[in-house]
Ligand binder design. Sequence first.
Ligand code: MRU
Length: 361
Amino acid sequence: MNIMTLETVSLDENENALLILDQTKLPNTVNILHLKDIRGIWNAIKTLQVRGAPAIGIAAAFGLYLAALQSRANDYPSFMAGLKDARDFLNSARPTAVNLSWALNRVYRVAETHRDKSINEITELLRLEALAIKAEDTETCRRIGEYGLTLIHDGDGILTHCNAGQLATSKYGTALAPIHLGREKGMNFHVYCDETRPLLQGARLSAFELIADGVDTTLICDNMSSQVMKEGRVSAVFVGCDRLAANGDACNKIGTSGLAVMAKYYGVPFYVFCPASTIDMTIHTGAEIVIEQRSPDEITEMWYSKRMAPDGVKVYNPAFDVTDNSLITGIVTEYGIARPPFVESLKEIFTTKESANTPNP
Ligand code: MRU
């Protein structure tokens, strides 16, 4: 079975269940989870069975629809009270990726703006909105990939971190979209995936999906990136993003900012890929972003047959870091590539977005 043909997240409308390709089991086991209640969906997001900013947004949007479907409320105020609780609960699963709250609020707003309709009619509109979020994500990633392809040439070496690929979105990915689209066009790149300690999204997920797509892929440990760049093997670094501040500071998987520092030193272009839904214009700088802290055992025990650190050692496990905008060559979105100074170029991206979304009179 080719992983590229499987859906990361989908809705089974016969079963009324959210289907998730369990990413904690990859690459050794391909298992699809069938989740019907929001506790299970919250848990899947928290434990990274579904992960990657766009994918968790889509999963949560379907989760909120399923919560509405299961509602026993028979009047609008109690329906909305239950929906708000479900939205806030799902949103509490992980703090950093803005796509989670963005998708939940988008679905919730549909219910707010249709108070004149019956609960059944509103629930149907929530289903359509969640499906639209997923369909738009595929189109968005494709457009991000097209812009990304303008930055590289056939045969280039690309270094990527974590997994900002198909497994993190509904299709194509963000940072890996140019690679997958390039494959569709018969192009070939050499991709270096770093392992991405501690949860190994690079080794387990990016390497897996790239090989499945026939990409020439080399796995390196996180501490080998400097040497690989120094040897001139890398034409560009492509990474994803979980939340981008209005000034272009980019929050992504822990280790991203270190790569950006190295890329600057070696003169390698460093590109951040994200849909406009990952840009949080309400925060001015990356200092305002809440960084998720995760369990110490991800560092001391996970992946080892027995604990490999002494009892009593302190462990610090931030899941994300913030790359300073001064280290970023460009931010690739579905509305174009923003270049420094980002305060201006990101505003332009939003102006383009708004005019694209405004219907002609
Ligand atoms: O903790 P994860 O695996 O959810 O972190 C994922 C990342 O950091 C990705 O780079 C980011 O979400 C972008 S995915 C298109």
